[in-house]
Design a binder for this molecule. Structure first.
Ligand SMILES: [Zn+2]
Length: 1087
């Protein structure tokens, strides 16, 4: 629930995508810093992004920075028993230990219509896994039993598309819009509002569609399962043309005299995707690598092709593929395995076997005998230097069939060696070449039937394209000839082993990450147990490396799969400043033709249908339909917040927070330094300062050696700034945090390394610094296109308060502008920059401004203390600089940041505390309700945007409205302005209110792994949130009444009257808005 303003721009979608899904064994690309330059190919679409952007974002977000360096989807480890009793959720659903459940007897299964195919105990995840087959339909069920309270269910269908109309994606959205047992508009949203889910979403892959849910509360969990099962097998959408129109596409005509436009949630979601150059590149490459099978089309949907999809095709696709015979079903956790089968049998027994499994089989792509080259254009801004905006990426299809597990693991390892960290040779050589700004291509990608490898650069001059291609090939040849150095191999091995054993899946439930991994085999009719077992192949690989040497292991792979492999597609992307307007014009032309072909009656009929659809969308569900969705009662909700054990001590005069939690012998630590004596003008340099600490090297160690040392001795380190307002205080909280983790036995190494990066790194490497600048610039540009709502939010915060201003200097449009001038300055005045970096260090490093946070088992905490003490001894007692007060804000007017895009991001915000509003816990309930009803219905459902939501930062008092991939601009602002009125008119029965309260508690109690608990506790300490306050807020949440909604309307009215609007939008839409509303926006060109 805590939220600060830093890095508001990092996104839910990105997070899911960057949760590395590439290798079936889940070896994540590790980076010793929080700056990862390569993003995997975004081939998965999520149904929604809401739950993860709003509310509890800060905790998760920072957490992901670290877990990004180690986010290995992995295996469940032993949990200490006392742990689950600490969790108040256990009150709602007393957790039985698995041993208390009767074993699944063959006869129980038999009676319910299942037969056991095979069963295994899987040591890596301490689980008993049983694979069942439903005899009547052939549906396969994996039932995984262990003591993880975070239970997971998922049902996955094989859904290979034949064209790019986006059928699987539109269907994924649509089945969650009402079903036989739950006949309301969107049961999915009811679950978002009123359940304790720890995960709720749906994904479309190129060849499968996946519906996962998770909860720690057993009753809640089975509710979620039932709603999902009913949705996939008996959705209303196959009879309801209007759902197809709403989620897919339709013509919109408000008045017969106006122009026709396209609307639809998926249509606009995909327009956003097709506005991002990295996405266009990934799609082009995949389609060119697989011209002959299903991967040659876009399962997400190409906005140009989506309007070709008919309702008949849509229905037929569901009939054919959403069938038990074509399903793979996953259960995981500590609930009763018999109950799982009982719930399933009710649904599965209603079907007979179908021919779907043979129809949905994924055919493999045959290998080419000749390489292929493709040139594609992408929409670029008119300003800026277009010459250095080309992209080039080399892509290989590695094999014409799936690889065995050991080869896959070895390739994953090779991928990490070549690209995993900033010190990895392929990544390093490409970035140091100066030929481009940032890496593109995700390295090894093996989640589909056949594995691929991609690598390239963006920010390249047209004349350098060929040089990049040669550099990639020559570097790969050199690596095959010379092999990797022993320290690098050791560092990769340690990083991979650490992440497998740590099993830190971030905010993703562990059971879900296992499911996705198992599915990588299972969906192709291969052994689903195999990907869950890494110990044996890992041992075998280690033994081979020891015996034969790493060169003998890796060189043949590089030769066979890459150098001597003719199935290579080179994609070159050219910037085209006219492409966006050309696409726009083409779409307009199509629509004009459609209009011209219509008679007056047709037009009147279309306007009527548009009205009818909108009316339906805006009419609330009747209470009895809403009541159909099962929900918990307030009695199921624990009355107290989750408390994190915290001991506050003192070492050498420095405050130390210790959290005694079971972490399986991993020590997590944060060293926190106050930024309050830093000069204002140095703020924009802070992110680059942080990167320099991890990636510049010391007097004795090159940056490569330093990086390898971190890889060999720890589980990863990251350095980043944290800024937030503090409620009731003038001054913001602003710190730099160094996070690190290691096995507890290596605590000394960990603190030595923290000291080393902080004190010994030298800011002398001008060339590397210049690379950081161009990488950061590329990243910011990407963020502007892909996460414009985050950029808009940061901009609004910067206009409204000081903490927001600081964050925007380090991560918003101001930061991008700073980077643009810094490129030149790094050439002209490197001395000046270098001494500024040194000055940042001097103003930060002191015992008086330091705080240490540690999370581990008690004995490991105690034994780490002496190393903490030594670390603190080495710090100067105080900073040589006086504490400064920053005081700056951006000018308060409305602003439009103009970028080449087909969809907009629209924001409006105001500070509620300035109007005298006093925080109450009910504000969480009210703002969640606004997001899930008013904004969901108006901005997404009838407005056609992919997302619309609000966010209340309870530290600053800033209430923001934001939309995501939005076809509208002023219209969305009008919706925001109508919020107070919506609240005033609101009527709510007890059921709805209870759901809103329970859903809010679900957010507040979001599931956290131990390191995240320790980190949340640190943030609460920094932001002055006590356990007493949390208790009070919880009581206020639980006792929220309709009166609170009405009172909040008065506070929110001030956003309408005095708030500031910022949009990241297309030039045409901004022009139109400024014409309609007399220069409403000040215009700023950003790309
Ligand atoms: Zn979607």
């Amino acid at each position: 629930m805590e939220r600060a303003t830093l890095l508001r721009s990092s996104l839910a979608c990105n997070r899911l995508f960057s949760f590395r899904s590439s290798t079936r064994l889940g070896l994540s690309r590790s980076s010793s810093s929080s700056f990862s330059s390569s993003s995997p190919r975004n081939h998965r679409h999520n149904r929604h992004l809401i739950a993860s952007i709003t509310g509890r974002s800060l905790l998760r977000r920072h957490w992901i920075l670290l877990s990004a360096s180690s986010s290995s989807p992995s295996f469940s480890l032993r949990r200490e028993k006392r742990f689950s009793t600490l969790s108040p959720r256990a009150v709602g659903a007393p957790t039985q230990s698995p041993s208390e459940f009767s074993e699944v007897q063959d006869e129980v299964a038999e009676k319910l219509g299942f037969e056991i195919v095979s069963e295994e105990f899987i040591g890596e995840c301490k689980s008993k896994a049983v694979l069942f087959r439903h005899k009547k339909t052939g549906a396969e069920v994996m039932s995984v039993l262990n003591d993880d309270e975070n239970k997971v269910f998922g049902i996955v269908f094989r859904t290979p598309p034949k064209d790019s109309t986006g059928i699987p994606h539109i269907l994924e959205h649509s089945v969650l819009c009402g079903s036989r047992k739950y006949p309301l508009k969107e049961p999915f949203v009811e679950l978002l509002k009123g359940s304790l889910h720890t995960f709720l979403n749906a994904f479309t892959y190129p060849d499968r569609t996946c519906y996962p849910v998770a909860s720690t509360n057993t009753k809640d969990f089975y509710n979620l399962v039932d709603v999902y099962l009913d949705a996939v097998f008996f959705p209303k959408c196959v009879e309801d043309f209007q759902t197809f129109q709403q989620e897919g596409w339709h013509y919109e005509l408000n008045d017969p005299s106006e122009e026709i436009s396209y609307k639809g949630v998926v249509f606009n979601e995909m327009k956003g995707v097709y506005s991002q150059p990295d996405n266009i590149l990934g799609r082009t490459a995949q389609q060119a690598l697989f011209p002959d099978n299903t991967y040659g089309v876009d399962s997400g949907g190409d906005p140009k092709v989506i309007p070709k999809l008919t309702f008949e095709e849509f229905k037929e696709f569901h009939r054919k593929y959403y069938h038990p015979s074509n399903a793979r079903i996953w259960f995981y956790g500590d609930d009763d395995p018999n109950e799982r089968l009982r719930i399933l049998s009710e649904y599965l027994n209603m079907f007979d076997a179908s021919s779907a499994p043979s129809e949905s089989k994924i055919e493999s792509q045959k290998l080419f005998s000749e390489p292929v080259r493709i040139v594609e254009k992408y929409p670029a801004g008119e300003g800026g230097d277009l010459k250095k905006k080309h992209m080039v990426c080399l892509n290989w299809l590695l094999s014409d069939k799936p690889l065995d597990l050991e080869t896959e693991l070895t390739l994953g390892f090779l991928d990490h060696l070549m690209l995993g960290t900033p010190a990895s040779p392929l990544r390093k050589i490409l970035l140091e070449s100066g030929l481009g700004d940032a890496i593109v291509g995700g390295g090894i990608e093996d989640e589909l039937l056949q594995p691929q490898f991609s690598i390239g650069l963006k920010g390249v001059s047209e004349g350098d394209i060929q040089k990049v291609e040669e550099l990639v090939m020559n570097t790969l040849k050199k690596l095959a000839e010379e092999g990797f150095d022993a320290d690098a191999v050791e560092a990769s091995m340690n990083t991979i082993e650490f992440s497998l054993r740590e099993n830190n899946t971030g905010s993703f439930p562990r059971g879900l990450s296992l499911m996705l991994r198992s599915m990588g085999n299972w969906i192709y009719d291969m052994n689903p147990f195999e990907p869950l077992k890494y110990e044996k192949p890992l041992l075998a690989l280690k033994a081979r490396i020891t015996k034969e040497g790493s060169k003998a292991v890796f060189s043949p792979l590089i030769e066979k799969f890459i150098l001597n492999n003719p199935h290579c597609v080179t994609v070159e992307m050219q910037p085209d400043p006219e492409k966006a307007s050309r696409d726009e014009a083409a779409e307009k032309e199509v629509l004009e033709k459609v209009r011209a072909s219509m008679t007056e009656e047709d037009l009147a009929e279309l306007a009527r249908a548009t009205q009818e659809l909108r009316l339906k969308q805006e009419t609330p569900d009747p209470p009895e339909a809403l009541r159909a969705v099962p929900s918990l009662s307030l009695l199921d909700i624990p009355k107290e917040p989750i408390r994190v054990p915290t001991e506050m001590g003192d070492i050498n005069g420095v405050k130390v927070l210790e959290h005694d939690l079971f972490t399986n012998d991993v020590l997590y630590t944060e060293a926190v330094f106050n930024m309050n004596s830093l000069k204002q003008e140095l703020l924009p340099l802070v992110p680059l300062f942080c990167q320099s600490l991890l990636e510049m090297g010391t007097k004795d160690l090159t940056f490569v050696q330093l990086n390898q040392l971190i890889g060999r001795k720890t589980g990863g380190m990251s350095v980043y700034p944290l800024t937030s307002s503090v409620r009731g205080k003038e001054d913001p909280c602003s710190h730099i945090i160094v996070r690190g983790k290691a096995m507890a036995g290596r605590a000394e190494d960990l603190f030595n390394l923290v000291n080393c990066v902080l004190q010994e790194v030298q800011f002398t490497d001008q060339q590397r610094f210049k690379q950081f600048v161009s990488q950061s610039k590329a990243r910011m540009e990407n963020r502007l296109r892909g996460s414009g709502h985050g950029i808009a939010a940061a901009r609004m915060d910067a206009k409204l308060n000081i903490a927001g201003w600081i964050s925007e200097q380090m991560g918003g449009v101001s930061y991008l502008e700073f980077l643009q001038t810094l490129e030149e300055k790094a050439d002209q005045d490197w001395e000046g920059i270098s001494s500024s970096l040194e000055e940042i260090r001097k103003s930060l490093l002191s015992r008086s401004g330091c705080l240490i946070n540690m999370t581990a088992e008690g004995k490991n905490l105690k034994s780490a203390e002496k190393h903490v003490s030594k670390f603190l001894d080495l710090l100067p007692a105080s900073s040589p600089y006086e504490a400064t007060t920053w005081n700056a804000r951006l000018s308060p007017g409305n602003e439009a940041i103009v970028i080449p895009t087909q969809v907009n991001y629209v924001g409006k915000a105001g500070n509620l505390y300035e109007t005298g509003y006093q925080l109450s816990g009910s504000a969480y309930v009210v703002s969640k309700h606004i997001s899930n009803t008013w904004l969901w219905d108006r901005v997404r459902v009838s407005g056609g945007a992919y997302g619309g939501f609000c966010d209340f930062d309870t530290h600053s008092g800033i209430f923001s409205f934001l939309s995501y991939r939005d076809p509208n601009l002023l219209k969305t602002l009008d919706v925001y302005d109508g919020t107070a009125e919506f609240l005033r008119q609101l009527e709510m029965d007890d059921d709805t209110l209870t759901k809103a309260i329970i859903g809010t508690i679900g957010d507040v109690d979001s599931y956290q792994l131990p390191d995240a608990k320790g980190y949340s506790s640190l943030l609460r300490y920094l932001l002055g949130v006590t356990d007493e306050e949390r208790q009070r807020r919880r009581e206020e949440i639980l006792s929220t009444s309709l009166k609170d909604f009405k009172e909040f309307a008065e506070a929110i009215e001030s956003v309408k009257d005095r708030g500031v609007a910022v949009a990241v939008a297309s030039p045409d839409d901004v022009d139109a808005a400024n014409k309609e509303r007399d220069n409403f926006f000040q215009v700023k060109k950003a790309l």
